[in-house]
Design a protein around this ligand. Sequence first.
Ligand code: PRP
Ligand code: URA
Length: 206
Amino acid sequence: MLDPAHHPLIRDRLARLRDAACPPSDFRRHVADIARLLILPATAHLETSEVTVTTPLTSMTGHHLARPIILVPILRAGLGLSEAFLELLPEATVAHYGMARNEETLEPEIYLERIPEHVAEAEIFVLDPMLATGGSAVAAFNGLKRHGATHLHFVCLVASPEGMACLRHHHPDVPITTAAIDEGLNDNGYIVPGLGDAGDRIFGTL
Ligand code: PRP
Ligand code: URA
């Protein structure tokens, strides 16, 4: 499958999203469009199980997803992706992690955790547009694993090389699907060139 970072539609939407003049209404739309385009690569290796399907003409062997799906948007900015994922995966359960990065220490502070009981048997997609230092994503996977989760995935729009390395180091079992890997982090822990503060741009709280 084509690397999402090289897909023309994703590159087009991402360039529009990065533009500092893009207003929140367009920003939300581009975030959702890229999320829709990332669903196929992010789910490409999910296990399926065989089922017998009776068509109007005959019986055949078809395939269903082997496990239930849980989406875990990291609040706030992850909500921009979860709505798009739910359109294609309406049967998914939505869990939530509320996290805000302390802008001095750059450490994530958890203010909400809502994890459903069937977390151990499900395919879990943690959704957050930004993988910067990696602290927020690592904290989310630490929490999910404490609850027994094992089938884990991470989907973001823009990652830094530092964030990729951090997440791979702490959770090497988690595949990462991203629309872009940027140059690096600045002194404030922002991704460069990046797109700024994703949560503020989605919700217009700049
Ligand atoms: C942003 C972003 C990630 C986190 C990434 O959230 O959405 O959750 O920062 O940074 P990290 O990889 O260095 O942890 P933020 O804390 O700004 O909260 P918000 O979504 O409410 O704006
Ligand atoms: N959080 C964001 O929203 N953007 C960054 O570049 C880094 C952290």
